[in-house]
Design a protein around this ligand. Structure first.
Ligand SMILES: [Zn+2]
Length: 306
């Protein structure tokens, strides 16, 4: 027994000495940080906030009919793809697909989830508040859904309602003549706007298995012009009046090459925006000055010459 113990001790000493002589195994390299919010662990989230400069992208889409041939979540799927591609070039945290938005005009179609107006505003405001509470003070809204346009511009304006320590930026790519000329050369149809050539092409470029191109002509995507007699007027029913099938254009013209060009153009513009947002010190300062001044308007006296 004793001899066995001694032998064992000697063997262990040899192993320990050998181990000490071995070069230390290199520590595994730090795993790359995912840009996907939901994939980060809590410690990695803190690192991601620092690495992103406190910048978060919220990709906004909706659940609505996209013709008979594209998935209900087309806008969610496409704009998160653009967001993730951009974040791969210029790091930012990308929030999960955000589906609470304005879509009353498609309530007559199967699968539409149309939350109420106040819910939309509160949900997005509280999402931004929570992101900011977690250190994400620069929030980029990337919108993939046309029906959200007026809502999101109003949401941005409403950020001046009460003081806050973060800034909301809406992705709003400037018109680029060279890019548009390139895209126009590839474009086959003249009427587009919902589940038409563009959206079908983008989906074909990155998620072709979700496209049922054989159904693209099952319904008409033509403008019905039912309010043609109404002049110089806007009504909330305009879209339904024009496109009762909630389809505008001709998805059968879609092709992956055009979709790839669209994705690249959008991604390039978003990368440029993320870089400028990260560097932007002006907007937070101006916003703070505005809130300070708004708390004491009579003391700012902008109309009195000194
Ligand atoms: Zn869409």
């Amino acid at each position: 027994m004793k001899r066995t113990c001694l032998a064992l001790a000697a063997a262990l000493a040899v192993i320990a000495a050998a181990a000490a002589a071995w070069p230390q195994a290199a520590k595994p390299a730090a795993a790359p940080l995912s840009a996907r919010y939901e994939e980060l662990t809590a410690p990695d989230f803190s690192r991601a906030v620092a690495r992103s400069g406190g910048t978060c992208i919220v990709p906004l889409g909706i659940l609505e009919k996209h013709g008979a041939h594209l998935p209900l979540g087309t806008d969610l799927i496409d704009c998160r793809e653009v967001s993730l591609r951009a974040a791969a070039s210029e790091y930012a945290i990308v929030f999960p697909p955000y589906f609470v938005g304005q879509i009353f005009e498609a309530k007559h179609q199967p699968g539409t989830i149309a939350y109420g107006s106040r819910m939309m505003l509160d949900f997005l405001q509280q999402t931004c508040d929570e992101l900011a509470r977690n250190g994400l003070k620069k929030i980029i809204l990337v919108n993939g859904h046309g029906g959200n346009d007026a809502f999101l511009h109003y949401f941005c304006q409403s950020q001046l309602e009460t003081p806050r320590d973060y800034v909301v930026y809406l992705f709003d790519p400037a018109y680029d003549e060279a890019t548009e000329a390139l895209l126009d050369k590839m474009r086959k149809t003249t009427v587009d706007g919902h589940a038409g050539e563009e959206e079908t092409s983008v989906m074909l470029a990155h998620r072709p298995e979700l496209v049922r191109l054989d159904r693209a002509k099952d319904e008409s995507g033509e403008d019905q012009k039912r309010q043609a007699g109404l002049k110089n007027a806007y009504t909330g029913i305009w879209w339904y009046a024009a496109q009762p099938n909630h389809y505008r254009g001709d998805g059968s013209a879609g092709n992956a090459a055009f979709g790839q060009a669209l994705l690249e153009a959008e991604t390039g513009a978003l990368v440029e925006m993320i870089r400028s947002v990260k560097k932007d010190m002006v907007t937070p300062e101006i916003q703070k000055k505005f809130f300070d001044d708004a708390a004491k308007p009579l003391e700012t006296k902008p109309f009195v010459k000194k």
